[in-house]
Design a protein around this ligand. Structure first.
Ligand SMILES: [Zn+2]
Length: 356
């Protein structure tokens, strides 16, 4: 199948929006004509600091309609609306052996490869494990961010941390992922839910999604502010940025435990670290009996979790219509990446290819 896609072919150059061609569909694959795709910080990292072989095709969250499927695919059929993600929907121990590496399209006589899926294109061909069914009653634009932003941010709260009613929560960084964490914490009954960011307007925006307090890290030590609001520290602190400073702050902001009596709070690293950090683990963690965890893709099981996120959306607990603040066309992708790099995006931006 021929369709247009954004191809990243050289560091420092804008992405090229050109016609590509997908290879014949494999027995475990699904061909999806796309409605919308999210524009995520992971792709920005890939563009600024490419580690994959070039040229590459990018993007890893979207919505679309199934137009063809391989003979082994049974959970979706032609005409079904679906969400595309980058975590297997119901993978098992065999998954690492069959996980597709670098799916490709033909571009200018060579192959442009992706990491495991690609969604910055009018169509995508993906292993069925990355394709989750979505009932037709749901909109197809704002739901495009469930496959990464919501799964990662809300999943970290619901699955990795298992936040319960009455737990205190702090979320550092309130972009698309962080706001999903805030919304999940509020939906699960956490209180307080403290949003931390460098931008006053973004903190105000976070209140829409359930933040009870905002801490501006540009005007003082956020750890001190969180401790003051919670008499000593939160039960759970999430870092959705992954910067050297914030990776440590989430540990410091959790409540200390008492050796032999009770454990301290839990710090959860959600953002992808770009550099190594040096930490005094004795003072930061061990002496306070604190717990430090990471969360990859929100520890999500898409087949199990995406219906929960859609249900929250239906109940008004996950305000995807507010979370998506900007839409681009495929031809505007370089503008979209630029806006994200400049910190101009509240929540999440998406690309729209077609309406259902
Ligand atoms: Zn992402």
């Amino acid at each position: 199948m021929k369709f247009r896609a954004a191809v990243f072919y050289e560091k420092g150059k804008p992405l090229a929006v050109e016609e590509v061609e997908s290879p014949p569909i494999g027995p475990d694959e699904v061909l999806v004509k796309q409605f919308s795709s999210g524009i995520c910080h992971s792709q920005l990292h890939q563009i600024l600091n490419p580690t994959n072989p070039m040229p590459m095709i990018m993007g890893h969250e979207s919505t679309g309609v199934v137009v063809a499927k391989g003979r082994n695919v049974t959970h979706v059929k032609e005409g079904d609306h679906v969400m595309v993600t980058w975590i297997p929907r119901d993978g098992d121990e065999n998954w690492p052996k069959i996980r597709p590496q670098g799916v490709y399209v033909n571009w200018r006589g060579q192959q442009a490869k992706s990491t495991n899926v690609y969604t910055w294109a009018e169509a995508t061909q993906a292993h069925h494990q990355y394709v989750v069914k979505m009932p037709n009653e749901f909109p197809t634009d704002v739901t495009a961010i469930i496959g990464c932003a919501v799964m990662t941010g809300a999943g970290a709260v619901m699955n990795t941390a298992k936040v319960k009613r009455g737990d205190s929560v702090a979320v550092i960084g309130v972009g698309g992922v962080g706001l999903s964490s805030v919304a999940a914490a509020a939906a699960l009954g956490a209180n307080p839910v403290i949003a931390v960011d460098l931008d006053e307007a973004k903190l105000e925006f976070a209140r829409k999604f359930g933040a009870t307090h905002g801490v501006n890290a540009s005007s003082g030590d956020p750890v001190e502010a969180i401790r003051k609001l919670t008499s000593g520290g939160v039960d759970f602190a999430f870092d959705t940025i992954g910067a050297p400073k914030t990776q440590v702050q989430i540990a410091q902001a959790t409540r200390p435990g008492i050796g032999g009596v009770r454990e301290g709070g839990t710090a959860v690293l959600v953002g992808i670290p770009q550099t190594e950090v040096t930490v005094d683990l004795w003072r930061t963690l061990v002496a306070q009996a604190r717990i430090y965890r990471s969360s990859l893709g929100g520890s999500s099981r898409p087949d199990r979790d995406f219906p929960i996120f859609l249900d929250w959306y239906k109940r008004g607990q996950l305000k995807l219509n507010d979370l998506v603040t900007k839409k681009y066309t495929l031809d505007q992708i370089n503008e979209g990446v630029h806006d994200l790099e400049r910190g101009r995006i509240f929540g999440r931006s998406i690309m729209e290819f077609a309406k259902p």
